[in-house]
Design a protein around this ligand. Structure first.
Ligand code: C2E
Ligand code: MG
Ligand code: MG
Ligand code: MG
Length: 287
């Protein structure tokens, strides 16, 4: 089980402990384990399909980072990204993610020319003076045209980073798409968002979770998601609904006119070799 460990602060560092059924990783600190993971190429990307809600066409994939740990198995990002963020290791890890995702997308577009790949940025990466340089490097070394790359960031990142507006403008000038992730989980100030050059907004899956089913609250949830979709469209932004887990939920959000859907019902995150089966013809994967 990948959830069988935890990080604890100890003497200023973090140590990895196996919780059940595993030997503790004793002296190895979490930080050095993350360092080594990068060197040993233990990080992998899984890809979750994103679909055009109305036509049902595949539009792209979100790249989601996992740590393929030799003993612990596949470790989900929530378990190590916070520490990678604190230590700054997210910068080299994030650069790897960007390039790897671009290389993969460059393969895919040879058979599906309109596909996009979405990459999550962390706050630390977003603050890096060289972010533009890193994105440019990932595009150039992979040969991917910028309009195939989508960068996902969150509202809190926009609010925390003083030069956010300038950074976004420079990213847009490169030709990449900028998407606001987890909308509704934070400040959710649509009026405030107007000042940022954002292409699209992803409605947090906590909104989707209330849709469908038999509870009385489902109507309220539907009214809420409908209102968010309408407001987003009023701002000339596209909408992705995240966390679509049932056919009923898909039907509801489609009816309310969202552009894109993503969720377990429409496809779980999977290794590149698996998602290649969704493409018009199967390609050898790069990872
Ligand atoms: P996120 O960007 O909001 O990604 C969506 C998360 O929701 C993914 O979790 C995905 O597996 C999960 N998900 C997708 N559809 C469904 C659904 O229908 N139901 C439910 N319950 N969950 C669904 P994952 O892969 O564990 O990633 C968690 C978070 O870790 C991401 O949230 C993102 O914030 C962060 N993350 C992942 N990869 C990276 C990365 O390369 N860099 C950075 N900085 N953050 C990353
Ligand atoms: Mg995301
Ligand atoms: Mg999200
Ligand atoms: Mg998130």
């Amino acid at each position: 089980d990948t959830a069988m460990y935890q990080a604890k602060r100890r003497g200023g560092g973090y140590a990895v402990y196996a919780v059940e059924g595993h030997e503790p990783l004793a002296a190895m600190t979490m930080e050095s384990a993350l360092h080594r993971a990068l060197e040993r190429r233990e990080f992998v990307l899984h890809y979750q399909p994103q679909w055009h809600a109305q036509s049902g066409q595949l539009t792209g994939f979100e790249a989601l980072l996992r740590w393929q740990h030799p003993e612990l198995g596949l470790v989900p990002p929530d378990r190590f990204i916070p520490l990678a963020e604190v230590t700054g290791l997210i910068v080299p890890i994030g650069a790897w993610v960007l390039q790897q995702a671009c290389v993969q997308a460059a393969h895919w577009i040879t058979v599906a020319p309109a596909l996009r790949v979405a990459v999550n940025l962390s706050a630390r990466q977003f603050q890096q003076p060289d972010l533009i340089g890193t994105v440019t490097w990932a595009l150039e070394t992979s040969g991917l045209a910028p309009h195939h790359l989508e960068l996902e960031l969150t509202e809190s990142m926009l609010m925390q980073v003083v030069e956010a507006q300038d950074t976004l403008k420079r990213l847009k000038a490169l030709g990449v798409r900028v998407v606001l992730d987890d909308f509704g989980s934070g400040y959710s100030n649509l009026a405030y968002l107007k000042q940022y050059p954002i292409d699209s907004l992803k409605i947090d899956r906590s909104f989707t979770a209330g849709l469908g089913g038999v509870q009385a609250s489902t109507q309220q949830a539907e009214a809420l998601i409908q209102a968010i979709i309408q407001l987003t469209h009023a701002l000339n932004l596209e909408v992705t609904v995240e966390g679509v887990e049932t056919p009923e939920q898909l039907e509801i959000v489609r009816r309310h006119g969202c552009e894109y859907v993503q969720g377990y019902f429409t496809g779980r995150p999977q290794p590149a070799a698996q998602v290649a089966k969704l493409l018009p013809s199967v390609l050898p994967s790069s990872s």
